[in-house]
Design a protein around this ligand. Sequence first.
Ligand SMILES: Cc1cc2nc3c(=O)[nH]c(=O)nc-3n(C[C@H](O)[C@H](O)[C@H](O)COP(=O)(O)O)c2cc1C
Length: 358
Amino acid sequence: MAGNSFGQIFRITTYGESHGIGIGVIIDGCPAGLEILEHDIQMELNRRKPGQSDIVSPRKEMDKCQILSGVHNGFSMGSPIHIFVPNDDARPEEYSDIANVFRPSHADFTYFSKYGVQGVSGGGRSSARETIARVAGGAVAKALLKRHNIKMAAYVSQVGKIKIPPDTKIDTSLIENNSVRCPDQKTAEEMIQYINHLKENGDSTGGVISCVIENCPIGLGEPVFDKLHADLGKAMLSINAVKAFELGSGFAGVEMKGSEHNDVFITEGQEVLTKTNYSGGIQGGITNGMPILFRVGFKPVSTISKPQDTIDHDGKNAIVQAKGRHDPCVVPRAVPIVEAMAALVLADHLLRAKISKL
Ligand SMILES: Cc1cc2nc3c(=O)[nH]c(=O)nc-3n(C[C@H](O)[C@H](O)[C@H](O)COP(=O)(O)O)c2cc1C
């Protein structure tokens, strides 16, 4: 199985399965002298972990991180950083009823076809427990961004058809005030009610996470294949259940005219800004100093407790009905994952930018 590493200079490799001993990440290329506190990594993992509220999977995991190497007295040493998180509440027996059938729209069929094993006990590497490793790696990347005063916030802007009303002023300090991680309290309440309704009915829903990154220096991103938004797009589309990525105006820009869409330059003292930010802070694959704005679309999770038609490993018709512990909507838990992946991309490009000009 290839493709378990991400990044060029600041590079993570993740390992582990959902119902194995644990999950881990090895971070290569982190500069020495960066303050890395277990507490900060744990705080990010707590935002991702299951069982944190009524609207997410009730699996009870501590997700307690252990730094095994690369950090001494709270500072990186420049050597590989290894972070391990044990699985405490693995219950593979809960998956025995679906071990021989393919859950529609999950990774069961493709895994089985490609590897000859379904990895069903929680999806093997396809389980979202893999994202623990990304969040732990992302916490270290965030420490590097903090040194550069780069600020990042992701939040839930849509669940099903319920959206934050257009032109709402977003106060990112309110994101953690409710279990759905939507900074608009009225919308959050509607979202929570809808997710609870689906949970009671054994169904699931999708959602959108919006992300804003401020104080990013001009010049991050390489102009050909490694455009910053291409790397952000890959990072986001590699998250489980993600189906869409939009930068700036995204698909809405298609319906605009150039005269409306062009971000006109203005100056404020020495600073060059743009009047609008339909570019989402990136032009020609390179940051222009304006906030980076992007949106990530998640599908409704496929494991639902309603009975569904499917086939078994022999191609015979079967019914699948999940009994395990699943998320009715992943976006509240995916907020720290989106931030982690964005932090990893930026950390990598910050280090790459250091070698772009003498
Ligand atoms: C935080 C998070 C939690 C998830 N929880 C579940 C879950 O409980 N049940 C499920 O079927 N899928 C869940 N998923 C999605 C699956 O991991 C994903 O759909 C599966 O790996 C197939 O990949 P794909 O949907 O990207 O094609 C979750 C995803 C994320 C990001």
